[in-house]
Design a protein around this ligand. Structure first.
Ligand SMILES: Cc1cc2nc3c(=O)[nH]c(=O)nc-3n(C[C@H](O)[C@H](O)[C@H](O)COP(=O)(O)O)c2cc1C
Length: 209
């Protein structure tokens, strides 16, 4: 069962796994078994995608079984991410195929679909007592160079994967981030029934939803 640290508290009840998923920075060194990794990445393939293209690709570096790839992914990250990400046993890069396979036209929804696949993967990971932390703080150029990513494919995000570690293993400022209240916009700020809000109607306190 997933851990219940800093779960989300929202206005309306949602699936427990969605409340439990979060982006932690502390990991144990425990490796993720190959069969579990396969299960997690299989979950990504269950996501919907435009034309059923499944434009997502994942490069995976495991400290235990593919240390060179692991080091390359870690080295692509900004220092502010490396400082905690280096404790995770598995690092990965999500990559979008930018054209449709059936006609070679640009796929404007490729990154959207990669995001959906990774979100799905993260929920599966939560169910398996694992945790995922996605990052934009990495160098696309370094990933391209390290892994010879072909033209037409674009690195989208990097992420950690592993089992929850002790908060105390993190530097103090990061410990604070881990325990800070997790805040979400109220529903009325992003769900607009009937029409886009105007200056006159943009009274969130009076919204009907
Ligand atoms: C595309 C994307 C990029 C992100 N980039 C970073 C990052 O570079 N470093 C970091 O510490 N967290 C990063 N995050 C994590 C977010 O800060 C985090 O998801 C957000 O604060 C909400 O917290 P939660 O995932 O625990 O609910 C990123 C998340 C996403 C989805």
């Amino acid at each position: 069962m997933a851990d219940s640290t800093n779960v989300l508290h929202l206005e309306y009840p949602i699936l427990p796994l969605l409340m439990q998923r979060r982006s932690p920075r502390a990991y144990t060194p425990q490796p993720v078994p190959a069969a579990v990794l396969q299960q997690v990445f299989t979950a990504a393939s269950s996501a919907a995608s435009c034309f059923g293209e499944q434009p997502w690709r994942y490069l995976v570096g495991s400290r235990a079984s593919s240390p060179e790839a692991y080091d390359d992914i870690l080295g692509s990250m900004g220092e502010f991410n490396q400082v905690w990400a280096k404790s995770a046993p598995v690092l990965a890069v999500s990559i979008a195929k930018l054209t449709f396979s059936h006609d070679e036209n640009p796929n404007a929804w490729a990154r959207h679909d990669v995001g959906q696949a990774t979100a799905t993967l993260a929920i599966q990971a939560t169910e398996l007592s694992l945790q995922v932390h996605q990052m934009a703080g990495f160098s696309v150029d370094k990933i391209r160079a390290s892994f010879n990513i072909p033209a037409g494919y674009e690195p989208v995000a990097v992420f950690t994967l592993g089992y929850p570690g002790n908060l105390e293993s993190l530097p103090a400022p990061l410990q604070e981030k881990e325990t800070a209240p997790r805040v979400r916009k109220p529903l009325a700020e992003f769900m607009f029934e009937g029409a886009w809000p105007t200056l006159e109607t943009e009274r969130y306190d009076a919204a009907t939803v």
